[in-house]
Ligand binder design. Structure first.
Ligand code: AMP
Length: 223
């Protein structure tokens, strides 16, 4: 099964993906993480992606697909995997559909209003050492300077700066309706309210996945 977590920047896709991994054991694949690693390692694909990422623009479909293809060919993706940040447009949605045509798909859109999202993103900090995500707004011990997991320095992602955030929303909104329609037409579309606390959102996400898993098991038995 391919579980697609879809939503605007800051909607909590990454957190929900981590919770799916914890409960179901399916790997979470974030194309943003794959790209950031490639940029950091200065690989050929990373060098191609760097400029677009800094401006909040989409990296070329070819570069992203190449990274993704490599990742989903690993053995841990055989049963199921979760996509976070992919597809970002209709071309990517079609491409992944063609690449693994027989795999059942569940598309979950996490919906949050833009005002809430800008607040979340401007307060987001990433540990430079272990990559853990922290939020200054919800941190219980005042403003942390270091990661409470590994003591690494906390940094703001260059694309979480206000002017870049605006561009990322513009890019997101441009393709959203077409992507929704694509998955609606395949009977794979689900929407979830992403405003409540993460664990509450996960109850709904988890129930959708369980229902779909039961459905695909049933389909296999009756085939
Ligand atoms: P994210 O971590 O998902 O917010 O992604 C950070 C940045 O990586 C985006 O603003 C894009 O520049 C790039 N990116 C991530 N996923 C994709 C994708 N599926 N297609 C194109 N660019 C992507």
């Amino acid at each position: 099964m391919r579980i697609i977590l879809y939503g605007p920047p800051g909607s909590g896709k990454g957190t929900q993906g981590d919770l799916v991994l914890k409960k179901f054991g399916y790997p979470k694949i974030s194309t943003g993480d794959l790209l950031r690693r490639a940029v950091q390692d200065k690989t050929a694909l990373g060098l191609k992606a760097d400029a677009a990422m800094r401006k909040g623009l989409l990296v070329s479909d070819t570069v992203v697909l190449e990274l993704l293809k490599e990742r989903i060919s690993l053995p841990d993706c055989r049963t199921a995997y979760v996509l976070d940040g992919f597809p970002r447009n209709i071309k990517q949605a079609r491409a992944i559909g063609h690449l693994e045509a027989g795999r059942p798909e569940v598309f979950i859109e996490i919906r949050v209003d833009e005002e809430t999202l800008v607040g979340r993103l401007s307060a987001r900090r990433i540990c430079s050492k272990c990559g853990a995500i922290h939020n200054l707004a919800t941190c219980e011990r005042g403003r942390p300077e270091f990661c409470d997991i590994c003591r690494g320095d906390l940094e703001q992602r260059p694309d979480d700066l206000p002017e870049v955030i605006k561009e990322r929303f513009r890019v997101y909104n441009r393709e959203t309706e077409k992507v929704r329609e694509f998955y609606r037409s395949r009977n794979a579309y689900h929407a979830v309210d992403g405003r409540p606390p993460a664990m509450k959102v996960f109850e709904t996400v988890s129930a959708i996945i369980e229902r779909e898993l039961a459905g695909s098991r049933e389909a296999r038995v009756t085939r």
